[in-house]
Write a protein that binds this ligand. Structure first.
Ligand code: HEC
Ligand code: HEC
Length: 400
């Protein structure tokens, strides 16, 4: 992959750039495996991030990329070349590896091993962290970002009451109990010119099967984007990623289970434990890339006043849910997977709720993870329809 392509893409979206480099490089190797492998079994030169799954490893790479506002190539293209060699040690990569150990040390020696210091703590979107406060930072209105972990303050409406309101708003416990499956069809909306125009199918079967399938016409040259979870095993096919397709076994697997469970609002109180509520706040829709003004119409920016509930999902997954204060409906799911260098965030936004046989379901959603965004607009949802079980399994082989 040529460096000019990277330059061309920089600024289109921060992270999506990364996918294009070395696409499908190891796809066959990873896809052939049914039993999920560890990072060091799939990759060649893993010294610091050993013993974690491929999904967590890629999330870790995403975290580094996000913290330094770089793209994969910055650490993976050697000086004087314009090709990516993932396994080669470049000076930045060596520095990053040292920093993985430094961060672990800081946390171990100062914070009892709690992951309180991460790459983001210092780097905040720059390769060299800022050392001195600027006057502008001191005297302008601070950008208030809440902590990841909610502390329950007495006197707030309880998490249970917010979930009850959501169940009511979605159609009520009785109607929701009768919802056993649904299939939504529509199209994907691109960000920065990529990923638009795909044919989308969202399939859900109670209590915990889910798939999002985005198929692109061959002439677009863009491979399909698939996330499938059959209640036990999960797969991602994301062709613009290093591995191409992989079975989930780390935080992404827990996330896939949670997403599948949350697709059926009636069971929300059984899914999460350790429930807490946070003060009412406001959330803002993800901005569309500024270079794509036409997209502003599709992805309208807005602020929403929300009730906040946090709980623990599958295998201890930290989950924060944001419910529209007015309608009671779920606007955002923010879940955090674990990694050796900090929490890996995934955010799913829901909008345009419509009535489908007495149940309110979202017709628009944006799935944002460290590896890019998929934005989906559905034009139809059919409830309680039979679904081919194969759709929840390993994605069908690519058409050659
Ligand atoms: C800040 C530097 C940095 C950035 C940015 C970065 N990486 Fe890495 N990458 C590393 C380090 C360090 C290792 C080695 C980890 C270890 O030794 O445990 C590594 C290893 C890898 C490997 C394993 C190669 C092998 O065969 O050993 C792959 C694949 C990889 N990175 C992909 C990516 C992708 C994809 C991105 C963009 C999302 C990315 N990296 C961004 C620092 C970086
Ligand atoms: C305690 C603060 C701190 C933390 C935490 C931290 N860094 Fe750094 N990092 C620095 C500082 C300071 C520099 C600049 C060093 C210099 O200029 O010589 C730096 C430089 C780097 C560089 C070289 C950048 C360049 O362009 O030369 C990389 C790569 C890097 N850090 C990666 C990471 C990664 C990955 C993490 C998380 C695992 C991390 N850092 C966590 C403070 C930190």
């Amino acid at each position: 992959m040529k460096i000019w392509l990277r330059r061309l893409l920089v600024g289109v979206t921060q992270l999506s750039v990364v996918w294009f480099i070395g696409m499908g490089l190891m796809g066959e190797r990873a896809a052939a495996q049914e039993k999920p492998l560890l990072a060091e079994q799939v990759f060649k030169n893993i010294r610091a991030l050993r013993g974690i799954s491929v999904d967590d490893f890629l999330g870790t790479m995403g975290l580094m990329t996000a913290a330094l506002q770089s793209d994969c190539a910055d650490c993976h293209i050697g000086a004087g070349t314009d090709t990516v060699d993932w396994a080669a040690d470049t000076p930045k990569k060596v520095m990053a590896r040292a920093m993985v150990n430094m961060v672990a040390n800081i946390n171990r020696t100062n914070f009892g091993g709690r992951q309180l210091v991460t790459c983001w703590t210092c780097h905040r979107n720059r390769d060299k962290p800022l050392a001195t406060p600027t006057m502008a930072a001191i005297y302008s209105t601070p950008d208030i970002v809440p902590d990841d972990v909610v502390t329950q303050i007495p006197g707030l409406p309880s998490a249970e009451s917010i979930l009850d309101k959501y169940i009511q708003a979605s159609g009520g416990a009785q109607r929701l109990a009768g919802l056993t499956s649904y299939v939504g069809t529509g199209t994907s909306v691109g960000f920065g010119g990529f990923g638009g125009g795909g044919a989308v199918e969202i399939l859900a079967k109670a209590p915990n099967k889910h798939a999002t399938i985005i198929l692109f016409k061959a002439e677009t040259g863009r491979g399909d984007q698939i996330r499938a979870f059959d209640g036990r095993v999960g797969w991602v096919r994301t062709p613009l990623n290093v591995v191409g397709e992989y079975q989930l076994s780390g935080g992404e697997l827990d996330g896939a289970l949670l997403d599948a469970q949350l697709a059926f609002p009636g069971q929300i109180k059984q899914i999460l434990t350790n429930l807490k509520s946070a003060p009412t706040t406001s959330i803002t829709d993800l901005p569309a890339p500024s270079s794509q003004s036409s997209l502003q119409q599709e992805v309208t920016m807005g602020d929403h006043i929300v009730d906040v509930v946090q709980g623990t999902g599958p295998r201890g997954l930290l989950v924060t849910l944001y419910f529209d204060k007015q309608t009671g409906l779920l606007l955002r799911e923010l879940r955090y997977g674990n990694s050796p260098i900090g929490r890996i965030p995934t955010q799913i936004d829901f909008a345009d709720y419509r009535d489908v046989n007495g149940i309110k379901l979202p017709f628009r959603m944006t799935f944002a993870w460290l590896d890019g965004r998929d934005s989906i607009v559905l034009n139809e949802i059919k409830t309680n329809v039979p679904i081919d079980e194969a759709k929840f399994g390993k994605p069908a082989p690519l058409k050659k």
